[in-house]
Design a binder for this molecule. Structure first.
Ligand code: ADP
Ligand code: MG
Length: 309
């Protein structure tokens, strides 16, 4: 997944690491094996290579869950979150191809004809058959980069709980989920919210406290971007226009699980605060903080997000 994972425990419990490390590594490997677009033999790569062939591809439980959850968020966001964003990621030079200026309006329009999550045909598992999926149009391309890290964190979190592990924080490249507390008298895990205009920790804009299995994810314009004609374009693309989203520096989402936080951070980055605050009213336990891409820094928070200084 191109990032690192960190698990934080209470102080003075190093013996737990020997148990925890392989459980977390196994969960992440399973998700990568199924859903990575960078591995030529992943289930996702096979679905992409056979787009338009009409051949249903057999899915593991993790792959079926990942695709179903991605389709769920595509429906909830009315297509602002779209797991078929792959061809646009290619066009804008995020997947190996080097370009020096933005694509032409004509090539964007052409590429948009290969985007659209309703062309994902997913057949859930039944009592007798495993789940299958395929893409109905040639040239389509699934990319679960907006949700797979969250799914991996949730899988690792559940496996640790099955192993009776308590009081931990998993952090996979900024996708976090907690259990319990960092010490007996703590209310929860204190998480710093980064100032998107600097990488210095002591300039964090505030902290939030996560409790009871809560998760947090941040989508930012500052870590992954391409520079074309001297202008930066972030790696989150609006599937309605085919253009990278501008105007937002970061979105942080607190949610009841890491998959929701991950998918929602990407979604709320695309739709912005006005539509986003409305959407949040329909999603219990989900809260967000937007930082517009203008200085001085002026965050916009949903009512349930408690930012502490
Ligand atoms: P990060 O990967 O840095 O944690 P995000 O969770 O916001 O950031 O995911 C960004 C990734 O999501 C992109 O690299 C791409 O794989 C995918 N993506 C980009 N635009 C969209 C979109 N509109 N809908 C769904 N996924 C997207
Ligand atoms: Mg995301």
């Amino acid at each position: 997944m191109g990032t690192t994972v960190t698990v934080t425990l209470r102080a003075n419990q190093p013996e737990r690491l020997a148990t925890i490390r392989p459980i977390v590594a196994q969960a992440l490997t399973e998700i990568e094996t199924d859903l990575s677009i960078f591995r030529p033999n992943s289930t996702l790569a096979i679905i992409n290579a056979t787009a338009g062939h009409g051949t249903p591809i057999l899915l593991s439980t993790n792959a079926a869950n990942g695709i179903a959850l991605a389709c769920h968020w595509a429906a909830v966001s009315q297509g602002a979150f779209d797991p078929t964003i792959g061809p646009l990621m290619n066009l804008w030079g995020f997947r190996s191809k080097t370009i020096t200026e933005p694509p032409t309006p004509h090539s964007i329009t052409q590429t948009l004809s290969r985007i659209g999550w309703t062309a994902i045909h997913l057949h859930p598992a039944t009592a007798t058959n495993p789940a299958t999926a395929h893409l109905t149009k040639p040239g389509m391309h699934l990319d679960l980069g907006g949700i797979a890290k969250g799914q991996a964190v949730d899988l690792a979190w559940h496996r640790l709980r099955l192993n009776h592990q308590t009081d931990f924080l998993i952090d996979l490249g900024g996708n976090m989920r907690v259990h319990g507390t960092p010490h007996p008298s703590a209310k929860g895990w204190r998480i710093g919210i980064r100032n998107p205009f600097t990488s210095q920790d002591h300039l964090d804009i505030g902290t939030i406290i996560l409790t009871n299995g809560q998760a947090v994810a941040t989508s930012g314009n500052y870590e992954q971007y391409v520079e074309l004609n001297g202008k930066r374009y972030t790696h989150i693309i609006d599937p309605r226009t085919g253009w990278p989203v501008s105007g937002i520096a970061s979105v942080t989402v607190v949610a009841p699980d890491a998959t929701t936080a991950d998918a929602l951070s990407t979604t709320l980055f695309v739709i912005g605060p006005q539509a986003g605050l409305k959407l949040l009213q329909t999603l219990p336990g989900c809260h967000a903080l937007w930082i517009p891409d203008t200085q001085p820094i002026s965050p916009i928070t949903s009512p349930g997000l408690k930012l502490q200084k």
